[in-house]
Design a protein around this ligand. Structure first.
Ligand code: FES
Length: 380
C-alpha cells in the first residue's frame, strides 16, 4: 500500500468544500477524498524542504505553518513564481492592489483566513470568499489595521506577538507605571474620615481643687527645702574653700628683731630717759642710779597692772599709766596705782662695735632678784 501523501492547504480546502457540498460528511470524508487526490498535486518531500522555490500548491501543511510562524506575509515569495515572476522579488503589497486570485494563487495568510472563515461560518460564507476579492488582496497597512481592530484580533504570528508585546511591558515596573496600568475595574482609594473628638465621659476626670492645693503645697515646701539645703551647702563649701586658701597662703607677721642696737653709751645723758625706741621696739633706754650705782638699762614699756603702756612724764620724773593711774619711778619701781610690781628690764650689753645692744629675748624682774644680773644693765 502506497504511503499517504501530504496534502496542500488548497487540496484540504477543496476536499472540505466538496465534502460540505456533498452533505457535510465532515473531516472523515475530506480525509478520504484526500486519499484519492490526483497524484499531480503530490510533490517530492525534498521539495517541501525548500519553501522559497515551491508553489503554495506544492507546500505541505508543515511548510505552510513554518512559513506563517516565520512571519512571512502569506507566502508571497512562494506564490510569485506561480504568477510568472522572476526570482520572488515582489513589490510591496500596499503598492499594488492584488487582483482576485484562484485558490492556487492564494497566499498562506489568505488560505488561513479562508479556512478560519469556513470553519466558523460554514460553506455559505466560504463560497463568496472564493469569488469576491479577498481581504488578503488589500494593502498591508489595511491588513495591519484590520488585525489591530478590537473585534478582529491578530491574524498571524507576528501580529499576535506584536499585540502581546504592546499590551504588557516586560520586566519590573515602577509605581507610576503600575498606577498607569491599573486595571479599569480597580476600586478607588478609600477615604478615611477624620477621627471624631473624644467625648466628655472619656476624658480624664479633673483633679479636685483640694488635691491641687495639696500638691502645690508639697511642691513648694519640698522645693524650698531642697533649695535652702543646696544654698546652705554651697555657702559651706564656699567658706571652706576660702579657709583652705587662707591656710595655703597665711599672712606673714613681720616683727622687729629681738636684738637691736640703740647707740653708744655716751649718747645717753645721766638721769635721762630716751623714748625714741618706745614705738618701734617698746623699750626705754634709761641712764640713772639704782641702789647707788649709775648704769644704763632698758625698761619694758608695759604696765605690770593690766598691760597698758605708761608715759614718761619728764616734769614729774615718773612713768604714769593712763589706764588706772599706776606710777613708776625712773628706775622702774612702782609707787602708786594698782600696779603690783616694778617694770621689767631687757638684757643689754655693749656690742663689739661699742654700741649698746638690747636683747628682748631675755627679761629680768626686780621682785625675782634678777636686776642684780649684770646682763640687765651696763655700768657707766
Ligand atoms: Fe597700768 Fe592699770 S594697766 S595701771
Amino acid at each position: 500500500m502506497a504511503a499517504k501523501k501530504k496534502m496542500s492547504v488548497e487540496e484540504i480546502l477543496a476536499s472540505c468544500r466538496k465534502a460540505d457540498s456533498d452533505g457535510g460528511a465532515g473531516p472523515e470524508a475530506a480525509e478520504a477524498a484526500a486519499d484519492t487526490a490526483p497524484a499531480a498535486a503530490e510533490k517530492p518531500q525534498s521539495a517541501s524542504k525548500q519553501p522559497s522555490s515551491a508553489s503554495p500548491g506544492s507546500m505541505s501543511v508543515a511548510d505552510i505553518l513554518a512559513a506563517a510562524r516565520a512571519g512571512k506575509p502569506g507566502g508571497e515569495a512562494a506564490e510569485s513564481p506561480a504568477a510568472g515572476g522572476d526570482s520572488g522579488a515582489e513589490p510591496p503589497a500596499a503598492a499594488k492592489p492584488a487582483p482576485a486570485k484562484n485558490p492556487g494563487q492564494m497566499s498562506v495568510a489568505e488560505m488561513l483566513a479562508a479556512a478560519r472563515g469556513e470553519k466558523s461560518g460554514g460553506t455559505e460564507k466560504a463560497a463568496p470568499a472564493k469569488s469576491a476579492p479577498k481581504p488578503a488582496a488589500k494593502p498591508a497597512a489595511a491588513k495591519k489595521e484590520a488585525a489591530a481592530a478590537p473585534g478582529s484580533g491578530p491574524r498571524d504570528t507576528s501580529s499576535i506577538l506584536a499585540a502581546a508585546r504592546k499590551s504588557v511591558k516586560p520586566g519590573p515596573v515602577s509605581k507610576a507605571e503600575a498606577a498607569a496600568i491599573k486595571p479599569a475595574g480597580a476600586k478607588p482609594a478609600v477615604v478615611v474620615p477624620p477621627m471624631p473628638s473624644k467625648p466628655d465621659y472619656a476624658k480624664p476626670a479633673k483633679v479636685a481643687e483640694t488635691e491641687e492645693n495639696r500638691r502645690g503645697f508639697l511642691a513648694v515646701f519640698f522645693g524650698s527645702f531642697l533649695a535652702a539645703g543646696f544654698t546652705l551647702m554651697g555657702t559651706v563649701f564656699g567658706l571652706w574653700g576660702l579657709g583652705l586658701a587662707k591656710f595655703m597662703f597665711p599672712n606673714v607677721r613681720t616683727e622687729p628683731p629681738s636684738k637691736f642696737k640703740v647707740g653708744f653709751p655716751a649718747d645717753f645723758a645721766p638721769d635721762t630717759v630716751e623714748t625714741k625706741f618706745k614705738a618701734q621696739f617698746g623699750v626705754w633706754i634709761v641712764n640713772a642710779e639704782y641702789e647707788g650705782a649709775r648704769m644704763i638699762y632698758a625698761l619694758r614699756t608695759v604696765c605690770t597692772h593690766l598691760g597698758c603702756t605708761p608715759n614718761w612724764l619728764e616734769g614729774e620724773q615718773k612713768f604714769k599709766c593712763p589706764c588706772h593711774g599706776s606710777g613708776f619711778y625712773i628706775d622702774g619701781i612702782n609707787f602708786e596705782g594698782p600696779a603690783p610690781r616694778p617694770l621689767e628690764r631687757f638684757a643689754i650689753r655693749v656690742a663689739d662695735d661699742g654700741q649698746l645692744e638690747v636683747d628682748k629675748g631675755k627679761m629680768f624682774q626686780e621682785e625675782m632678784g634678777q636686776w642684780s644680773d649684770p646682763a640687765c644693765y651696763v655700768p657707766v
